[in-house]
Design a protein around this ligand. Sequence first.
Ligand SMILES: [Zn+2]
Length: 243
Amino acid sequence: MDYYYLVEKDKVRSSWAVCTVVKPLAKRARQPELPPVMHRFFGPDPEGVVVMKPQYEGIICKTCGRYDDDTMFAIGFSDPITIRFKGDFGHTEDRVFAISQKFLNTLRQAKVLGFETKPLGSSGWHAMRVTERIDCDESVMELVGPFCEGCNRPERVPGAFTTIGQLTLPAHANTLFTTKRGWAKPVRDRTTFLTQQVVEALKNAGIQGGWCNRLWTSDEARLIEEKRRAGKKWNPPGSIVTL
Ligand SMILES: [Zn+2]
């Protein structure tokens, strides 16, 4: 059996669930009681000012403005929600992994294990959290400072799981899964992995929005490295399933 990780297409337009984008007010109309602005983490959106909804204020680091995906998911999601993906899945700018109704129906019909969802307000989309959690070789991820003085999160976390040997594989053949440990990556804390059976269910249902990349065997990883040293970029056959 093969194992894969999910990769999203680049998004053209921004989507928001935890924050909202408010149109900048004219100077004269600006009110002193405006909620706190999350410029530091998200930066200004081309369409206006990014404001975090008040229910999430308790989970953010007061120094750097970052937060964990799990604690955010636990709070849930209320309107207004803006989802503007072309396909059936993707991360919002504020770290929510959103799937379409079609994506959710496909998982349910295929009896896929290892996830939970919450409605994204009345948008018709769903936030998904992967619940099947596995051990992994944590040294794959590098923690690069400076570290935040408030929460100790690193500035950057380069590294990615690419081979089967880096993960303790799940017991079920029909499941989504991810690592127990999360890392403060810019878009998400954890990578979403899928068994071959789940990839086939998504592909057969016509789910779109990115790729499933196959985790390599150690032999394949060694070959890739040999070719890289020889100046060649090479992917083993069947490495990518396009969604
Ligand atoms: Zn911090």
